[in-house]
Ligand binder design. Structure first.
Ligand code: IPD
Length: 299
């Protein structure tokens, strides 16, 4: 592990692997022990609504990761999904700050589906600079460090096709419906998908883990992902680590509804993604991001 944040990355990898281990008993047995109380044993606590919940393993993983960081870097700030709960997310300062999702894709985890991961990101000067995402069931470890590239299990990854030939019509488009259940929110999300399907795309996906969605765009399994159509968007811990991985793999990531685009719908040259943005679009190239945004927002 080389680069300016190698020590932080080494620790993040160690903690992500440990947290991943905590998830394995449930992931290994859930499929075969359905009906034997496997889900009840997870100690599910709902958050903003029944669709949004945390298990005891989310909480245990967050404690483990925070303790590991505090021991190695006592002066660093930490923002975690479970410590934040339903409260306001603490603002990002210029201090070295870790942003953690102890289990991303909690619904998948609880139902024994492999598309779930641990995400640990690190920011310096108010900017994500290092990210680690580990998917324990598939044993895939994604790493990214600013200026040093992105990797999956040690192999360098880059977005599938950065040429302008990759357009929406030949793209696999991913979105997440998230937790919004208001009538307007649901209508807006469904209309956005309708717009994409009517325009034409190769296929659509909704994997249930925002972090993995971004890692999959970075590694060419998806071409574009967007979120934030409804009132509830993703949170900084859904973006932080995976944003570094995606950008280092050559992807374009911007706020879907924010002011990152000019009046012609082109990405502004001086724009960059803010991890506190509720909406987001990330694609293998700029063309597909601009095109998908126009279609999704019906511009
Ligand atoms: C959720 C997943 C989901 C996304 C939600 C996230 P969690 O993370 O990434 O795909 O749509 O907005 O909150 O709650 O499972 O850590």
């Amino acid at each position: 592990l080389k680069g300016p944040h190698a020590a932080e990355m080494q620790l993040a990898v160690k903690l992500a692997l440990e947290a991943g281990k905590n998830m394995m008993f449930h992931l290994d047995t859930k499929g075969t022990k359905r009906g034997e109380g496997a889900e009840e044993k997870l100690g599910i606590n709902t958050k903003q609504n029944d669709a949004d919940f945390a298990t005891e393993i989310d909480v245990a993983n967050e404690k483990l990761i925070i303790a590991g960081i505090q021991k190695a870097f006592p002066s660093h700030e930490i923002i975690g999904e479970e410590s934040t709960g339903t409260g306001e997310v603490a603002p990002l300062t210029n201090k070295p700050t870790w942003i953690i999702d102890p289990i991303d894709g909690t619904t998948n985890f609880a139902s024994g589906c492999c598309l779930t991961c641990v995400s640990i990101g690190f920011c310096v000067g108010g900017k994500p600079v290092m990210g680690v995402a580990f998917s324990p069931k598939t044993q895939e470890l994604y790493l990214g460090m600013e200026g040093f590239g992105a990797y999956r299990n040690g192999e360098k990854i880059s977005s599938s096709d950065k040429t302008s030939e990759k357009t929406l019509k030949n793209s696999v488009v991913c979105f997440e419906f998230g937790y919004a259940r208001s009538e307007e929110g649901v209508d807006n999300m469904v209309n956005a998908v309708r717009n994409v399907l009517k325009h034409g795309c190769r296929s659509t996906r909704s994997y249930g883990s925002g972090v993995l969605d971004l890692c999959y765009v970075a590694s060419g399994r998806l071409d574009v992902v967007y979120t934030g159509i409804a009132e509830e968007g993703w949170k900084p811990w859904d973006y932080c680590a995976a944003m570094v991985i995606a950008e280092e793999a050559g992807c374009t990531i911007r706020s879907l509804k924010g002011d990152d685009f000019d009046s012609d719908g082109k990405v502004k040259a001086d724009s960059s993604f803010d991890i506190y943005s509720k909406s987001m679009i990330c694609g293998v190239n700029q063309t597909v991001v601009e095109e998908c945004r126009k279609v999704v927002l019906n511009k």
